[in-house]
Design a protein around this ligand. Structure first.
Ligand SMILES: [Zn+2]
Length: 420
């Protein structure tokens, strides 16, 4: 689809969305009434800017008021990850699940997938998690196969790879070094496995200039696999997935309208950093208009070498709410992860952000006890000094305790970052 064509389609879908929420969404009915919004004056996506933003706080405060259908029509009940706040409920109708499947099939295809592929899912499919369901539905829709192993369990992962010969892994990328270490320790010839690519979710694998970050380098230096990054959230119900060019995740213009805005809420220019704001298209249960994700990305409007003309998002540089002011320096957690990922001796870590007695941010990094030597601490200090200009505190605890803290049963994802 060329650029003009998708814009026209988006304009039409937007008009439908506005009339739909005016008829069915108690939340948007109230907002439009209070702000005097006349939806008849909004003719295309350029006019979106007259509508108010929807924030995470709005969604949390009026959660069920966003629902546009009776609860009896809900097919799947999910919650957001709630990294920084309490999880918010999200309701999907049958057609919303179908929309997820369409999104994920398109995402897999963007990342080079075909019906010949077999995917091995290394993330949670239950625990009220939307993404796992989406991956399964997407693979099915595309006609591919899937092995649902779930998170962790390196033995079972390798046993499944050897037994069923999957071609693509779907995983949180920081799990992959553990998977490789397990293979090395147990004499598994991982280099001649059938895996040819990895769909990396939840964490960036690239720097701002699209070169691999330390985690991306760590994986690709050991294993000849192609990495595809994907950025998604429950609220979007859609994903920005990289094509083989690896130059940012592509917008699926049938499913989302994308805006990227600066501190003054103005759209940023080509290659600039801003907050990702999305409007969902084709959602029946809980459509969102101008939803502020809090995620900061660079945006690219220029056509991609793959032929797609939809905008692309670079790696998530951080979340607005996760900005840490530490000893006069502004740091986002991914930058800390990137330094830790450079050190091959570090298998597990947890970054703890807290406030000290003066109300300033403190960063403590929990590491395994066996690393606690003067030489290692000295190396970490100078590494952080050279990469981030500041040095956090380091605390060493037993590997069991560290594992327990990171992989908590009630959490769906490993907790690399916590706030106390
Ligand atoms: Zn592309």
């Amino acid at each position: 689809m060329n650029k003009v064509a998708y814009r026209e389609a988006q304009d039409n879908q937007l008009k439908y969305l506005l009339s739909y929420v005016s008829d069915h969404s108690p939340y948007y009915q109230k907002v439009f009434r209070e702000r005097g919004v006349d939806i008849e004056t909004i003719l295309n996506i350029e006019d979106l800017a007259v509508l108010p933003f929807t924030t995470k706080d709005d969604l949390a405060a009026a959660n069920d008021d966003f629902l546009c259908v009776p609860k009896s029509r809900i097919a799947d009940f999910v919650t957001t990850s709630g990294t920084l706040s309490d999880p918010v409920a999200f309701y999907l109708t049958d057609s919303d699940i179908e929309r997820l499947a369409t999104n994920e099939a398109a995402s897999f295809q963007c990342a080079g997938g075909t019906e010949q592929d077999i995917y091995q899912l290394m993330t949670t499919i239950d625990r009220r998690f939307m993404a796992g369901l989406a991956y399964w539905m997407g693979a099915r829709k595309m006609g591919a196969g899937m092995i649902r192993v779930g998170p962790g369990a390196p033995f079972l992962q390798w046993e499944s790879i050897q037994r069923f010969s999957p071609t693509v892994i779907i995983a949180i990328p920081s799990f992959i070094p553990r998977l490789i270490d397990y293979a090395v320790a147990n004499g598994i010839d991982f280099k001649s496995s059938t895996i040819r690519s990895i769909i990396c979710i939840g964490e960036p694998i690239r720097n701002q200039d699209f070169t691999y970050n330390e985690l991306g380098k760590r994986i690709t230096s050991q294993w000849n696999v192609k990495l595809y990054s994907t950025y998604a959230s429950t609220e979007m119900g859609a994903a920005f997935t990289e094509c083989s060019e690896g130059k940012g995740g592509h917008l699926n213009p049938d499913l989302l309208v994308l805006e990227v805005v600066d501190e003054q809420d103005h759209a940023v220019a080509e290659g600039e950093l801003g907050e990702v704001v999305i409007t969902t298209l084709g959602v029946e249960g809980m459509p969102l208009i101008r939803y502020r994700t809090g995620d900061l990305c660079h945006v690219y409007y220029s056509p991609c070498a793959c032929g797609r003309t939809s905008p692309r998002l670079g790696p998530v540089m951080g979340r607005k709410q996760q900005m840490i002011k530490f000893k006069g320096t502004t740091i986002f957690p991914p930058a800390i992860f990137d330094v830790l990922d450079m050190v091959k001796e570090i298998e597990l870590y947890q970054v703890v952000v807290s406030k000290n007695e003066f109300g300033n941010d403190e960063i403590t990094i929990l590491l395994a006890l066996h690393l606690n030597t003067a030489a290692f601490r000295e190396m970490l200090h100078s590494l952080f000094k050279s990469k981030l200009r500041v040095t956090p505190l380091f605390e060493f605890i037993t590997a069991e305790e560290l594992t327990f803290r990171i992989f908590r049963q009630e959490k769906r994802k490993p907790e690399k970052l916590i706030y106390i």
